[in-house]
Design a protein around this ligand. Structure first.
Ligand SMILES: [Mg+2]
Length: 232
């Protein structure tokens, strides 16, 4: 029997992540509201999401894109006062933690990964974003020893999954992608023939959200990571 390969998303699947971004977005949006704007808090965040999405194509995911998008949104909304009050520096300071935030495992992650390792599955990490930031997070991961290797891609698209199959000489039917993003972790992986396991996170970024494709191969949906012990 061929061995199964389980590919795990990192952010908000194995470790807590998006919460940091949301907290900063709130702080910065409230700061913007101190200026006399025609925008509500909700509209500020929507504008920010739009700008961030536009910039992702060029800069990829991660703290840099987040930071520069906040600055762009601020200068667009506030104009002259953004520069006069040095709000770029304010954003620079607020976003510092994103480059080096504490690594906090998702509840049940350690128990589940250890269980899967002991059952003999090949475990891999597949994450997207900045090479430097993600590499640093992987290296600090207290459960890193259970994983064979890790891959950091700029986006998680069908071609990224196909590249991994080719470089690892694997057949998609032996591979599972496990993650919290319907778009990157599930639907794009399915297009490349991966089996998929969707574990929603309360913190999934709105722009990552879409309907799980109702196509083969099958997608398992779990309430939390411990549910993997019932599948494997
Ligand atoms: Mg994720």
């Amino acid at each position: 029997m061929s061995k199964k390969h389980l590919f795990f998303d990192l952010d908000d699947t194995l470790i807590k992540c998006s919460g940091y971004f949301y907290d900063i977005m709130d702080t910065v949006a409230y700061k913007f509201l101190e200026y006399d704007l025609d925008y509500s808090l909700k509209e500020i965040k929507e504008l920010f999401d739009e700008i961030q999405m536009e910039n992702i194509a060029e800069h990829g995911y991660g703290p840099d894109n987040f930071k520069y998008s906040l600055m762009q949104a601020g200068s667009r909304l506030i104009g002259y006062d953004f520069f006069k009050d040095n709000l770029a520096e304010f954003i620079e300071n607020e976003t510092k933690i994103l480059y080096n935030h504490p690594i906090e495992l998702i509840e049940g992650a350690e128990e589940t990964i250890k269980y899967l390792y002991e059952k003999g599955y090949n475990l891999h990490i597949l994450t997207k974003g900045s090479q430097k930031v993600q590499k640093d997070r992987v290296n600090k991961l207290p459960i890193k020893k259970y994983f064979d290797d890790y891959y950091i891609v700029k986006h998680k698209e069908k071609s990224d999954y196909e590249d991994i199959l080719t470089s690892c000489k694997l057949s998609s039917k032996d591979c599972f992608m496990i993650g919290n993003s319907p778009k990157g972790d599930i639907n794009e992986a399915k297009l490349a023939g991966f089996n998929t396991v969707y574990i929603p996170s309360a913190d999934t970024w709105a722009l990552e959200d879409e309907k799980i494709a109702n196509t083969k191969p099958k997608t398992y949906e779990l309430d939390n990571i411990l549910g993997l012990k019932n599948i494997f």
